[in-house]
Design a binder for this molecule. Structure first.
Ligand SMILES: Nc1ncnc2c1ncn2[C@@H]1O[C@H](COP(=O)(O)OP(=O)(O)OP(=O)(O)O)[C@@H](O)[C@H]1O
Length: 242
């Protein structure tokens, strides 16, 4: 009897908790129009200039939707799932709000990580970030295994600069003194895991944004168990710093 009651309670509890609560009220992108940059609320003037000089003078509907949900009036921080057709502009839809939010950062550290299934896709996404991020002083890195791991590490991690007159042995410097050389990292899962496991000074400790692009492909493949490792590190750090 007790067992049956417990089972019933569990069923009720399960009904109450939505699997993905943040997907309860989807925004229909089809109901939105393109929006000229000049009408976009709160857009950083330097980002507007960077977009204009790369030939973009308005945002596509999916980009307007994500902007409204992340930056526009009434927006608030939460997970977002974007589902729209190929070529509809999803990359800029997430890149622009991330760059705008990080534009106020003071100290450089890894705050946004974008994971894609292939090197070519990662390169394309890096290029989109590269058209806007430098305008507000942010740097973008790539971890896709296109170069040797040593070269990649030297692009991602900054070693402390020796002070004038002080000699130091690099071997004695600990990973805590190493800093990220990038604010935003675009990575494929395999290389990402290599850095998580082996690169001194590489940390997701300060991460504010995790983008899983081409989610269906990424979730289908194990890629050295990057899932659940990455979100786990991200979530446990953000919990411990709350
Ligand atoms: N606001 C815009 N104005 C003009 N061109 C744009 C705009 N946003 C994106 N584009 C261009 O539209 C094309 C498609 O964009 P993008 O690759 O981001 O689409 P996507 O939805 O991510 O596609 P996929 O599903 O293949 O990843 C790119 O060539 C991009 O430069």
């Amino acid at each position: 009897m007790e067992e049956e009651e417990a089972r019933e309670q569990k069923k009720i509890a399960r009904k109450k908790v939505a699997v993905l609560p943040w997907m309860r009220s989807p925004v229909d992108v089809g109901s939105l129009n393109k929006c000229p940059l000049t009408h976009l609320p709160f857009l950083h003037p330097r980002l507007e200039a960077a977009l204009c000089s790369s030939g973009i003078d308005s945002l596509f509907p999916v980009q307007v939707a994500v902007w409204q949900e992340t930056i526009g009036p009434g927006s608030f921080a939460r997970d977002i799932c974007v589902n729209s057709p190929t070529g509809s502009g999803k990359t800029l839809a997430y890149a622009l709000p991330i760059v705008q939010i990080l534009s106020t950062r003071v100290v450089k550290c890894l705050r946004a990580l974008v994971v894609l299934p292939t090197r070519d896709l990662a390169l394309q996404v890096r290029d989109v970030f590269a058209t806007i991020a430098p305008a507000v002083g942010l740097s973008v890195g790539l971890a896709v295994g296109q170069s040797s791991i040593a070269d990649e590490i030297s692009m991602l991690i900054e070693r402390p600069k020796p002070e004038a007159g002080i000699c130091y042995d690099p071997a004695e410097h600990h990973s805590t003194e190493l800093q990220s050389a990038v604010d935003i990292l675009v990575a494929t899962p395999g290389r990402l895991m290599d850095h998580i496991n082996n690169t001194k000074g590489f940390t997701l400790e300060h991460l504010r944004f995790l983008v899983v692009d081409e989610t269906d492909r990424l979730l289908r493949e194990a890629y050295k168990s990057w899932l659940p490792t990455t979100p786990e590190l991200f979530v446990s750090y953000s919990r411990s710093t709350r």
